[in-house]
Design a protein around this ligand. Structure first.
Ligand code: BGC
Length: 589
């Protein structure tokens, strides 16, 4: 994974889930018509709330749809709705399809979500209809049902108890933040490698991401456990951790033309060789089928979806493999396909990659990227509801926080934005970038419960080279270079960075709007080889991993800053592991 940016472009809420759920049971009236509705309050605060209304069509396919319900109490209103168009008259709410999600096939689900307001109390609506037919949650009725009771009372559970999804059977429900209150799965493969390193026992029990980086990774290889083996091990760990739920993190990383602007992690599939179809049928489908098995339904399965894919469509379409990914729609379609399959499983959580500040932090990249993320996700079956959040800094090295200056700092009247290091970016670190990106996405229609993840596995920048205070220089370049904790030669450098350390340990709710700090890139696994190494994993040789390389336009023609003698991307790199521990920030015991 090789975040980078293109040419310089210079010139809620970490909330406890309210989880109120109403599941409807009213008989259907018409032949070949029927529906099931699950109304979920995802979050509630004084005067406001967020809710999702999952509507499943149990009857004949519909060309357009219209959902209607009444709020029980005066003062309850819909203020902003996505995945549909809402009108309200008194307590009566009508939601019609958006332009892009009119057709609703048999057993298809659409999930309008909204922000609402309330004054006295905020009870869930008790009856819903789809195209005029009351929703009963049952199968289509072939003939008239004479003895229907359109106002039958639904089951309303005001607490965060498990809610049966309309199409997935009993499930533990989908909480706002999968990481809150949960224990993180420890990958036995990674743990064994960490334990084999002197001092590695200090971090060996840390949860790290599992990269499903090729079709063969699903079944597993002689040296790496497969998906099912991990989920089975997760069940064991979950059984041993008391009442806490367990999160387990998988990286979905196998799009055709993968890593299109670099070489170290090119994948096995090509768009020109039926790669999108193979991605869907040989990669996503089997992954989703295993994750959906009922025995895993109490696990909180977190998926990180396709690192570097959509961002490459923003900045790197001058590279032919990226241009092809864009012109064919393969990245957008692949991401949508993955989200549709994964989101349909109620205990699976989806986080889409949002690169890092040193890639998308310029306005000319930031806005277009946010628009692309929004249009991509809006085009999924469940619309904006199909993502739980976004992740930044995956496998990258950008500092979480620059403690000694901010984007508004000036030096002798000159903004730090004018320094060579900041290079007119609008962010100096991942914390400010992730927060701003989240706000931008919510403004485009994503739910206010959207949560960010930040990969902090290797962005610690501790050790002796870490500045302990701001520089006293009055020259902006000197000031920034002497003050910054990110010690890279250039913020576009991404491969096995010399001087990096372990960052913040994984934890939930570290900052407003941030669901968790996570270690998605497992420390000690290489970003790419420093010389060409033949292999059958689709891994190329990217000179950004060669310490003698003098760079390209994506890193300002700087030295690569890579450690020497590195193995293939994903292979164990002991020297890097030792450096990361030595330069950990916060320091290791
Ligand atoms: C590699 C993957 C590897 C992952 C985690 C990526 O750069 O391409 O093969 O699993 O890093 O180390």
């Amino acid at each position: 994974m090789r975040p980078r940016r293109t040419l310089v472009v210079a010139a809620a809420l970490a909330l406890a889930t309210a989880g109120a759920v109403a599941t409807l049971t009213t008989p259907s009236h018409a032949a070949s018509a029927g529906c099931a509705v699950t109304y979920t309050v995802t979050n509630q605060w004084p005067g406001g709330f967020g809710a999702n209304v999952a509507v499943t069509n149990l009857g004949d396919p519909l060309a357009t749809w219209r959902l209607e319900f009444d709020f029980p109490v005066a003062g309850q209103t819909v203020t902003q709705l996505w995945n549909g168009v809402a009108t309200q008259a008194g307590r009566h709410v009508t939601v019609t399809n958006a332009g892009w999600n009119g057709p609703l096939g048999t057993n298809a689900t659409v999930t309008p979500g909204f922000n609402g307001a309330w004054t006295t109390t905020n009870p869930a609506p008790t009856a819903f209809s789809l195209n005029g037919v009351p929703c009963d949650g049952g199968t289509p009725t072939p003939g008239p049902s004479p003895s229907t009771s359109p106002t039958a009372t639904p089951t309303v559970s005001p607490t965060a108890s498990p809610s049966p999804g309309p199409t997935t059977g009993p499930a533990p429900g989908h909480v706002d933040n999968a990481f809150a209150g949960a224990t993180g799965y420890v990958n036995p493969d990674w743990r064994a490698k960490a334990l084999a390193e002197p001092g590695g026992d200090r971090i060996a029990n840390t949860s790290t991401g599992i990269w499903l980086d090729r079709i063969a990774a699903i079944a597993g290889t002689p040296s790496a456990m497969g998906l099912r083996a991990h989920l089975e091990a997760a069940l064991t760990q979950d059984a041993a951790n008391g009442t806490a739920p367990l999160t387990i993190e998988f990286v979905i990383y196998n799009l055709p033309n993968r890593d299109c602007s670099a070489l170290a992690s090119n994948g096995e599939l090509l768009i020109g060789q039926d790669g999108l179809r193979r991605y869907q049928t040989e990669y996503i489908d089997p992954i989703a089928a295993i994750m959906a098995e009922p025995r895993y339904r109490n696990l909180r399965i977190v998926t990180v979806v396709e690192i570097d894919s959509l961002p490459n469509l923003i900045t790197n379409t001058n590279v032919p493999a990226c241009a092809e990914a864009q012109s064919t729609g393969a990245y957008v379609q692949g991401v949508r396909y993955a989200l549709n399959k994964l989101h349909a499983i109620s205990n699976v959580y989806t986080y889409v990659d949002a690169a890092h500040h040193g890639w998308l932090g310029w306005d000319s990249n930031f806005g277009p990227a946010a628009n692309l993320f929004a249009s991509t996700v809006a085009g999924t079956t469940a619309g904006f509801a199909s993502v739980d959040g976004f992740i930044t800094n995956t496998a990258n090295y950008s500092a979480l926080t620059e403690p000694h200056f901010s984007i508004t700092t000036t030096v002798n009247g000159t903004s730090v934005r004018q320094s060579h290091w900041v290079d007119w970016n609008y962010y100096v670190d991942e914390g400010t970038y992730a927060t701003a990106f989240r706000a931008k996405l919510v403004s485009l229609g994503f739910a206010p419960t959207l949560g960010m993840l930040i990969d902090t596995s290797r962005n610690g920048w501790g050790g002796a080279a870490r500045p302990t205070g701001p520089s006293t220089s009055t020259v902006v370049d000197t000031f920034v270079n002497d003050s910054r904790v990110d010690r890279r030669i250039h913020a576009g450098n991404w491969c096995n960075q010399s001087g990096a350390g372990l960052g913040e340990r994984p934890r939930a709710n570290p900052a407003p709007g941030v669901d968790a700090y996570v270690w998605i890139k497992p420390p000690g696994e290489s970003d790419g080889s420093s010389t060409a190494i033949p292999n059958d994993e689709g891994k190329g040789f990217d000179r950004m991993c060669d310490p003698t390389y003098t760079g390209n336009e994506r890193n300002g023609h700087s030295m690569s800053g890579a450690l020497p003698n590195s193995p293939l991307a994903g292979a164990w790199f002991s020297a890097q592991f030792q450096q990361l521990m030595a330069n950990a920030y916060p320091a290791l015991p």
